[in-house]
Design a protein around this ligand. Structure first.
Ligand SMILES: Cc1cc2nc3c(=O)[nH]c(=O)nc-3n(C[C@H](O)[C@H](O)[C@H](O)COP(=O)(O)OP(=O)(O)OC[C@H]3O[C@@H](n4cnc5c(N)ncnc54)[C@H](O)[C@@H]3O)c2cc1C
Length: 225
């Protein structure tokens, strides 16, 4: 593969299956240099397939800590399988950080589904380390099954340790009713809405907030597909 500016090598140090049913893996890499990113951001992973460059984004699930990089990903197709199949000591190429799915000043409501919880896990890790808390945050966390509420213990710990952080694991069918309650409770100014997940989950929720008067600038949105 031709050399690309800013490209870094990451070496797989640990891997762990988080859910057999959804084939979700946590991969821990050691990078060749310390990483500098904001919790919630992603890196672009790059490889070549039949002479063509392939690039996929993966959110980091931990607060910055030197050369350590933690991903949480589903086996969804070619590239993600390649990463999940890497042996310990195997390498991947990536560059970054990128992305605007980061915490802003003031109150917020976060809605995340399935593996879309990855960038929020990074934010919670930072809050637990006492880094950059900006205001009361309520996290609505949904998944297909309870076993797929990844990083649940971290969020429960954050709820106990970080004032103003609320954690609500719930069924996807209960999200809208819970949001109605939360926005009535919050009043004005409107809390920032943070939405992340696959498009089928995230796009209707973005519309839900817009229908209730949220400006697009008050919605921090990241879709995975
Ligand atoms: C900003 C950003 C951050 C992302 N962060 C993550 C992350 O932290 N973890 C992660 O697993 N993915 C993440 N993704 C998705 C990732 O970049 C790839 O699209 C995904 O791994 C599929 O690539 P693939 O080559 O394996 O399969 P492809 O052949 O490219 O896609 C196969 C199918 O998988 C669907 N798909 C895409 N992402 C997922 C997913 N996560 N779970 C199930 N189906 C999916 C696609 O809609 C497509 O239909 C992120 C995407 C973006 C844009």
């Amino acid at each position: 593969m031709p050399e690309q500016a800013g490209m870094m090598t990451a070496t797989l140090a640990e891997k762990r299956l988080l859910s057999e049913a959804s084939q979700t893996w946590e991969l821990v890499f050691t990078c060749e240099a310390p990483l500098s990113y904001q919790p919630g951001q992603f890196y672009s992973f790059v490889t070549e397939r039949e002479g063509k460059q392939e690039v996929r984004a993966y959110s980091l699930t931990a607060a910055p800590a030197g050369e350590r990089m933690v991903l949480c990903l589903n086996r969804a197709g070619w590239f993600s399988n390649l990463l999940c199949d890497l042996p310990i000591g195997g390498t991947a190429q990536m560059h970054g950080p990128y992305g605007a799915f980061v915490l802003r000043d003031g109150p917020g409501i976060v809605v995340a589904d399935g593996v879309g919880i990855a960038p929020v896990a990074s934010m919670a890790d930072a809050l637990l380390r006492g880094q950059g808390y900006v205001g009361p945050l309520t996290l609505l966390h949904t998944a297909t099954a309870d076993g797929e509420l990844f990083y649940r213990e971290r969020f429960e710990q954050a709820e106990r340790a970080v004032e103003g952080f609320r954690y609500l694991p719930l069924a996807a069918s209960a999200v809208e009713a819970e949001l109605e309650r939360l926005i009535a409770e919050a009043g004005e100014p409107k809390p920032t809405a943070y939405i992340v997940g696959l498009n089928a989950f995230a796009a209707p929720l973005r519309q839900w907030f817009k229908d209730r008067g949220w400006d697009r600038k008050q919605i921090v949105f990241e879709r995975y597909d």
